[in-house]
Ligand binder design. Structure first.
Ligand code: AMP
Ligand code: GLY
Length: 428
């Protein structure tokens, strides 16, 4: 098969590595790609926002399947355009991608399908938002309705904080059109887990559970980021719990979207909090998670391309994902100044040294080619990822890899996978 991969981050580099292992793959192209992806695919300088350019490229390359990484082109209708042009695509239509594109829409689907989620109110005015905050007693989460590149969520501990978050979205227009409607959501307590599943409009095949680390600092301190690391599996989330979540969350949502005439084909990402009353959904994404994909795919055996092609053609029935490596840990090396004002253009050294370490792969996330090797080109620069027979080993390998990477002023969290490793020790 000839495949075009859309995107340019660590997630797409991990996808490229998994696709490259498929015996079905004849040729891999990517747009726009990055220097890591370029070792596996031919890269084309078409931005992900150029839906027409991307469709034309897919036609020119005569690809059999387009695999779409990021949400924005899906929400804007890239999958619809490709389907109209007769090109196979892994990724939902615009109407199905609304599950990520509008939090109010996601809530209405969950309500109709009986999916457990945090209680909420959808508010278009400050007065309505203040009333909802008062009713919830101040401990709320304020969320911009639309896409806000991971920045539209404020977890509040007091009424004052919640009022400030509402003012930022509704009055100061901090999130543009995405934030002119907000959700006031009950603040849930518990461990978080991300459960991604491949869907073909009808059938649902779960991938391994994962967890990302959203705060910039050790011990979950400091501002939220796009993700500072990830682990898979998640201690305590066994195969029975995965089956239970799929039955309560993914299947009802896929059925409800099909009933509404928007069958979901692609990766359905459920972000959940494991509360005392059971798992509850805090968000859906219409795509593979980043940086979860970087730890899920290295643990996935079998042929990913075959599964994505089956999802795209509605033929996932009876498929399963084969488990491979027992544990995977991925640490983000971030540029100086991330997340507020990341500096770019610094040389990156040591990627080759890191990859000499057993089990280690370095996924490029924010890198660019330069005359003198690769340089930083984004806040999250690389995902140093390691597999192993247990968390202890995977974690040791990943941090040896991090130590090998040299970027001036870079920073990383030092506690990725630490709790999972400690939980492992309790059991042995
Ligand atoms: P999101 O941008 O939707 O991924 O949310 C960012 C983070 O906010 C999540 O990873 C959670 O840690 C937190 N969060 C979102 N919704 C809730 C909620 N209802 N209760 C508690 N924490 C939440
Ligand atoms: N890791 C969260 C996301 O992909 O949105």
């Amino acid at each position: 098969m000839r495949v075009l991969l859309v995107g340019s981050g660590g997630r797409e580099h991990a996808l490229a590595c998994a696709l490259a292992r498929s015996p079905l793959l004849e040729r891999l192209d990517a747009a726009p790609g990055n220097p890591g992806i370029a070792t596996l695919a031919r890269c084309h300088p078409v931005p992900v926002s150029d839906l027409e350019g991307m469709t034309r490229l897919a036609q020119e390359l005569a690809v059999d399947l387009v695999v779409v990484g990021p949400e924005a082109p899906l929400v804007s209708g890239l999958a619809d355009r490709l389907s109209e042009a007769g090109i196979g695509v892994f990724g939902p239509s615009a109407s199905a991608a609304r599950i990520e594109g509008s939090k109010a829409f996601a809530k209405s689907v969950m309500e109709a399908a009986g999916v457990p989620t945090a209680r909420f109110a959808v508010c278009d005015t400050v007065a309505a938002a203040h009333a909802a905050i008062a009713e919830a007693g101040g401990a709320v989460v304020v969320k911009a309705d639309g896409l806000a590149a991971g920045k539209g969520v404020v977890v509040c501990s007091s009424t004052e904080e919640a009022h400030a978050a509402v003012a930022a979205a509704l009055v100061d227009d901090r999130f543009g059109a995405s934030g002119r409607r907000v959700l006031i959501e009950e603040r849930l307590e518990g461990e978080e887990v991300s459960l991604l599943a491949l869907c073909d409009g009808e059938h649902v095949i779960p991938l391994a559970p994962a967890r990302d680390y959203k705060r910039v600092g050790d011990g979950d301190t400091g501002p939220n980021t796009g993700g500072m690391g990830s682990i898979s599996p998640v201690p305590g989330v066994d195969s029975d719990m995965v089956a239970d979540i799929v039955a309560r969350v993914h299947r009802p949502v896929v059925n409800e979207l099909a009933r509404r005439g928007a069958p979901y084909r692609g990766c359905l990402y459920a972000g959940l909090i494991l509360t005392a009353e059971g798992p509850k959904v805090i968000e859906f994404n219409a795509r593979f998670g980043d940086p979860e994909t970087q730890v899920i795919l290295p643990r996935t055996g079998g042929d990913l391309l075959a599964l994505l092609a089956r999802a795209a053609t509605g033929t996932l029935a009876g498929c399963e994902v084969e488990p491979a490596e027992p544990a995977c840990v991925s640490v983000v090396v971030a540029a100086r100044g991330y997340p507020d004002a990341p500096e770019v253009g610094d040389p990156i050294r040591g990627i080759g040294d890191a990859e000499e370490i057993e089990g280690v792969t370095v996924f490029h996330a924010g890198t660019a080619a330069s005359a003198d090797g690769v340089q930083t080109a984004g806040g999250r620069v690389v995902n140093v990822t390691a597999v192993g027979p247990d968390f202890h080993t995977a974690r040791r390998r990943a941090y040896l890899g991090v130590d090998a990477i040299r970027i001036a002023g870079a920073h990383h969290r030092s506690d990725i996978g630490l709790a999972a490793q400690n939980a492992e020790h309790v059991h042995v």
